[in-house]
Design a binder for this molecule. Structure first.
Ligand SMILES: [Fe+2]
Length: 159
């Protein structure tokens, strides 16, 4: 990844995989925190889906075409496309790690935009770093409550 266009290829692929994983978590989450996590995942996948359009349009502004095969996405993504149907804690933990991967990636691509003097792309990428930081915070805060309650939930289930 040496150019801003290459960076966009990785960012749009990774964002798409994270969108898909978050939407799957919205469908498949279970447990006593179902309602709040179902809603949180919805808010997050809607943001990621809206960002997908912005990534694509920004690539076109650079005269690059958007990779459209699912295979291209999984090949370039720093986020894997697997969201197993496990417990709520595991789902939140996986998404939390994915947002960390996205933030690290975006910081790298920001430097490429800076090196190429593309202020508008620097602004966009900075906005996405902020968005992932907010999503990360909400997942981390949710993880604490889910993890704290899990032993009590398990005990009730065993009764
Ligand atoms: Fe839904």
């Amino acid at each position: 990844m040496h150019t801003l266009i290459q960076g966009y290829q990785v960012m749009i692929s990774s964002n798409f995989c994270l969108y898909h994983k978050t939407h799957c978590a919205h469908f498949n989450v279970t447990g006593m925190f179902f309602q709040s996590l179902h809603k949180l995942f919805k808010d997050q996948y809607e943001d990621l889906w809206a960002a997908h359009d912005e990534y694509g349009e920004n690539m076109r502004k650079l005269d690059a075409f958007v990779p459209c095969g699912f295979g291209d996405c999984t090949k370039h993504s720093v986020v894997d496309d697997c969201m197993p149907v496990t417990g709520a804690t595991d789902m939140v933990r996986r998404l939390l790690m994915d947002h960390d991967r996205m933030i690290a990636l975006l910081n790298r691509v920001f430097k490429l935009a800076e090196a190429e003097g593309k202020q508008d792309h620097m602004d966009f990428i900075a906005g996405r770093i902020s968005a992932h930081g907010k999503q990360r915070w909400m997942l981390k805060a949710s993880l604490e409550s889910v993890a704290q309650m899990q032993p009590q939930v398990d005990a009730v289930i065993k009764l």
